[in-house]
Ligand binder design. Structure first.
Ligand code: NDP
Length: 242
């Protein structure tokens, strides 16, 4: 690789986002790492990225807060436009719809879907001028099939798939490629409360996925090998949904 390319990752302090940061640093990318509150974990990821010889700028802000996002990113974007943007930050507030509080609906839509509007609008304005770039959205099996107890989360993730496909069409002529990575069950804190004994038989590969197995797909979608792929949903789910 010539001059290092930079990738912005939302929610990079833990789980899949942290694995993406380390994987991409190994591949030679510099990292802009967003998180909301896990400062010590984000600092540890920054150290790992720097040990790999890449730079890492920490950007703590809530992705659903438009002013905070614009304030944190605009000064950087005036100087440099990242090659890649990975919409990864996420939360779950699972409960059956009759029990779901309005704030549980709103929080999930805010963190996943409204952040796509906020960050997508901001970054794409700069990326179209540069006429190159990759935007990758983390969706979920839940957005493809619907899941019990996840009306809010399924709605947000299905919305992200639609939004990413629409944006892929809008940006294609400017050589900005937009794709979705849709994980099934991946070993992170997010799946901590799930009844795995009941779910494992539903996974043809018979196990949950590793964060590295999602990070590797993101790395592929950022690579030259993926230069003719846009508007696609790449499922990483052990065959749970085909
Ligand atoms: P984790 O709960 O392990 O990590 C979530 C990350 O998102 C953390 O870094 C967290 O930062 C950050 N985050 C949460 N809310 C905000 C916010 N408002 N602003 C900025 N950052 C925020 O999640 P996973 O790694 O499991 O999930 C990553 C993505 O993959 C999510 O979009 C999730 O929906 C999706 N996914 C995960 C699956 C799984 O099985 N794990 C399956 C399918 C999809 P902080 O620690 O500072 O709060």
């Amino acid at each position: 690789m010539g001059e290092a390319k930079t990738v912005f990752i939302s929610g990079g302090s833990r789980g899949i986002g942290a694995a993406i940061a380390v994987n991409l640093a190994e591949a030679g990318y510099d990292i802009w790492l967003n998180y909301r509150s896990s400062a010590a974990q984000a600092e540890a990821i920054r150290e790992r990225v720097e040990e790999l010889g890449r730079t890492c700028i920490l950007l703590p802000f809530d992705v659903s807060d438009e002013k905070a996002a614009v304030d944190a990113l605009s000064p950087l974007l005036e100087k440099q436009v990242p090659f890649g943007v990975v919409h990864n930050a996420g939360i779950a507030r699972d409960t059956l719809l009759p029990m779901m509080k309005r704030e549980e609906w709103d929080q999930v839509i805010d963190v996943h879907l409204n952040s796509f509007f906020i960050l997508g609008k901001l970054f794409s304005k700069y990326m179209v001028v540069k006429r190159e770039g990759r935007i990758i959205t983390l969706a979920s099996l839940s957005g493809e099939t619907g899941q019990v107890g996840q009306v809010n989360y399924s709605a947000a993730k299905a919305g992200l798939i639609g939004a990413s496909k629409a944006l892929a069409r809008e940006l294609a002529r400017r050589n900005v490629l937009v794709n979705v990575v849709s994980p099934g069950l991946i070993e992170t804190e997010m799946i901590g409360k799930l009844p795995l004994d009941r779910i494992l038989p539903l996974i043809p590969l018979g196990r949950v996925g590793k964060v590295e197995e999602v990070a590797g797909v993101v790395r592929f979608l950022l690579s030259d090998d993926a230069s003719y792929i846009t508007g696609q949903v790449l499922s990483v789910n052990g065959g749970m949904y085909m």
